[in-house]
Ligand binder design. Structure first.
Ligand code: FMN
Length: 378
């Protein structure tokens, strides 16, 4: 594979300025092997599961650079404990209203979603999406040969940035606004991921086309990666044209052959068009782009109780989410109608399940063609 260089990709030792967020270790390793940088999303993992995932990547990445992404939101409900104090799950549970609990029971009953069998585990981590849960993940990640630590939903705490730097690890932070980007930089962040509203997962309201040059112009020499709506080589070329030093992608890897997305959900994603997503608080309590389903429609319905703030929405829905994923596709339930995932508008181009190496080589070919075409126009 040929090299397409930007100062940042050179510094990180990449052959292609392409970053791939995925929670599947096999995707992360395959992207890095193909010359990009795979970044493992750690939020869904316990520390033990994360260790196993990192072991897998280390064994399959052929020594190529990879990264880890964690979620430490700057703002969440802490039940009065303060972000530095241990969160009290009972206090947080008490903040969830009976109306919300009844609403979710009724929604699941209407879709004939059975309860979990006795002894089955609901989602392991009721306090995911808080600094308290994430710090042990960061401690583990920093002990591994990673080249990049990324954080979503706010600037990572200064002590974590300093520890990463002491090990030669670059720190990236996602943002949807120029003002937030400047705050990240004050906190020592090295790379800004400017994420437009097209993106899967948490996002703001401004499109990638508008946001990226705005942030590039606001942050001086700090490298910016463009995120949101990037799935092919022409779009990576557009990101470079907007002043970014690379592209940060997420959605396109959900339907890769190596992705761990369950088959039924993968089929839903493969069939969806670019109009089939919605920016909704239904998943986590903060606005996140996701596949539009009965789940988002119920939480966005003005007649319903509405989603709770982070992390309460996640705590409220953990059991339901586990049940929906467990029973979707089984006879006698309509759980599949509620089955959803964060995904961006690029879902409309995700129409075939393909191995990562094939996605990468086509993307690079198209990126090179685009650069040649633009150069020829001079
Ligand atoms: C299924 C899914 C889960 C995501 N979870 C996270 C996350 O935990 N942390 C994070 O920094 N970004 C997360 N994102 C956002 C991605 O890192 C990336 O910024 C986004 O997918 C880019 O836009 P795209 O989906 O149009 O490629 C997620 C995206 C998707 C699709």
């Amino acid at each position: 594979m040929s090299r397409i260089r930007t100062p940042l990709s050179e510094e990180l030792g990449l052959e292609v300025p392409l970053f791939a967020f995925s929670k599947a270790p096999a995707v992360v390793a395959a992207v890095s092997r193909a010359g990009g940088m795979g970044v493992l999303g750690a939020v869904a993992y316990t520390v033990d599961q994360l260790r196993e995932a990192l072991d897998f990547i280390d064994a399959h990445v052929d020594g190529k650079p990879y990264g880890v992404d964690v979620v430490m939101p700057a703002k969440y409900v802490d039940g009065g404990a303060g972000h530095d104090a241990p969160l009290d799950p009972d206090k947080l549970e008490a903040m969830i209203s009976p109306r919300h609990r009844a609403f979710i029971d009724e929604l699941l009953a209407r879709h004939e979603v059975p309860p979990l069998p006795p002894g089955a585990d609901a989602w392991h981590n009721l306090l995911a999406w808080t600094e308290q849960t994430t710090r042990p993940q960061v401690d583990l990640a920093l002990s591994r040969p990673i080249k990049l630590l990324a954080n979503a939903l706010g600037p990572p705490p200064r002590d974590i940035v300093d520890r990463a730097h002491a090990k030669g690890i670059k720190v990236a932070a996602l943002t949807g606004a120029a003002a937030h980007a400047r705050k990240h930089i004050e906190n020592g962040v090295d790379i800004i991921v400017a994420q437009g509203t097209e993106a899967g997962g948490h996002c703001g309201e401004i499109s990638t086309m508008v946001l990226v040059p705005e942030i590039v112009d606001a942050v001086g020499d700090v490298p910016v990666l463009a995120a949101g709506g990037i799935g092919c080589g022409r779009q990576v070329a557009a990101a470079l044209a907007l002043g970014a030093q690379g592209a940060w992608t997420g959605s396109i890897w959900l339907t890769a052959a190596e992705s761990d997305v369950e088959p039924l959900l993968k089929q839903k994603l493969l069939r969806a068009s670019s109009r089939d997503t919605v920016r909704s608080r239904a998943l986590t309590g903060k606005p996140a782009r996701q596949l539009k389903t009965g789940w988002s429609e119920a939480w966005d319905d003005p007649a319903g109780p509405g989603a709770l703030p982070m992390p309460l929405q996640f705590m409220l829905t953990a059991d339901a989410t586990t049940r929906i994923h467990r029973f979707a596709g089984q006879p006698g339930t309509r759980a599949h109608e509620l089955l959803t995932s964060p995904v961006g508008q690029i879902v409309g181009r995700m129409n075939h399940e393909r191995p990562v190496a094939e996605i990468m080589s086509e993307l690079v070919r198209e990126l090179e063609d685009s650069i040649r075409r633009m150069t020829a126009a001079l």
